[in-house]
Write a protein that binds this ligand. Structure first.
Ligand SMILES: C[S@@+](CC[C@H](N)C(=O)[O-])C[C@H]1O[C@@H](n2cnc3c(N)ncnc32)[C@H](O)[C@@H]1O
Length: 307
């Protein structure tokens, strides 16, 4: 087959907020967001501008205070105003999940990923239009919102994450979403090791999404480094795509990665697959404002009926 057509300019996949999430304001190196009924302030060095709604900030329920000099650049602690729950229910379309104040500045899911969830939802529904149940893989799946979005759309999902705790939270989210009876395989495993084994077995998937961290560890201490290890993992994922596969999405948050870099890698590993490659960044769009914050980079190969 021919080479994929690669988009010649980046795209922005915009998340505009929904009932349970909003980017309320941003500026002075921070962002003010709403997660259900909680408003939170988190550091965001990219916000080089001034806030437009200064009156809203003082009422925030929680403010993240980054730790001085630690190994993990995202580490720190929350300071609360008043009472708060440890976990509280949130929803995106038919998927329900718990928000939590983690020590790594996020709320146990990544709202900008809603743009990917919407793509996955539609891609799975289209792939299943012939009555089949598309088989999809979510690597580095964390608390599972992408997994649940695909399961809700009718996919058979394999969810892989190295962390037992993350998989336990994802399963809890599946219960909450009333999707626990759907065909989801929950696997605590090193992503690379799992994919190597699947290639040896000759397994195939109709869609794959992976959102690897810059640095991570498998359950047996296997070290994962994005820049060193992504090329081989992407190549193996290419081998796992079925003949009629409809998507392969790479997402990354690391500094110094870019959508262009991810698309170059996808174009290489999928050089005889046809289809098209879109690439760019995922952005959060501020409520009632033109402003947007670029959050992560993506490259996405799609084919056939994919949106
Ligand atoms: C950035 S989060 C992924 C976010 C997720 N895609 C989402 O949208 O919620 C990174 C995840 O990778 C997992 N991880 C780190 N190293 C891993 C490895 N070697 N194999 C599998 N999972 C790993 C972590 O446990 C964590 O849950």
């Amino acid at each position: 087959m021919s080479r994929p057509t690669v988009a010649d300019a980046p795209g922005v996949m915009r998340t505009e907020g929904w009932a349970d999430y909003a980017l309320l304001d941003s500026g002075d190196g921070r962002k003010l967001e709403r997660y259900g009924s909680y408003t939170v302030v988190r550091p965001e060095p990219q916000c080089l501008w001034a806030p437009q709604k200064p009156h809203l900030w003082a009422k925030a329920d929680a403010v993240f205070d980054p730790a001085a000099a630690t190994d993990d650049e995202d580490a720190g602690r929350w300071r609360f105003q008043g009472r708060h729950e440890e976990a509280w229910p949130l929803a995106w379309r038919d998927v329900r999940f718990l928000g939590r104040f983690t020590a790594f500045r996020h709320l146990a899911f990544f709202p900008e990923q809603a743009a990917n969830w919407a793509f996955l939802d539609e891609a799975v529904r289209r792939a299943g239009q012939d009555g089949s149940q598309p088989k999809v893989l979510n690597l580095f799946g964390y608390t599972g919102v992408a997994t649940l979005a695909m399961a809700a759309a009718g996919a058979q999902v394999t969810h892989v994450d190295a962390s037992k705790k993350a998989v336990a939270m994802a399963r809890e989210n599946a219960e909450l979403s009333k999707l626990a009876e759907r065909p989801i395989r929950w696997i605590v495993e090193d992503a690379r090791r799992y994919v190597q084994r699947e290639v040896r077995r000759g397994s195939k998937y109709d869609g794959i999404i992976l959102d690897p961290p810059k640095y991570g560890r498998g359950p047996d201490g296997q070290v994962w480094r994005l820049f060193e290890d992504l090329p081989e993992l992407a190549r193996l994922c290419g081998e796992l795509l079925s003949e009629n596969a409809s998507f392969l999405i790479l997402n990354a948050y690391a500094e110094r990665i870019s959508g262009a870099a991810l698309s170059g890698l996808l174009a290489e590993v999928l050089q005889d697959r046809g289809g098209r490659i879109d690439w760019g960044e995922l952005a959060l769009v501020e409520d009632g404002a033109e402003r947007q914050i670029g959050m992560s980079f993506y490259a996405r190969w799609s084919q056939g009926g994919a949106p």
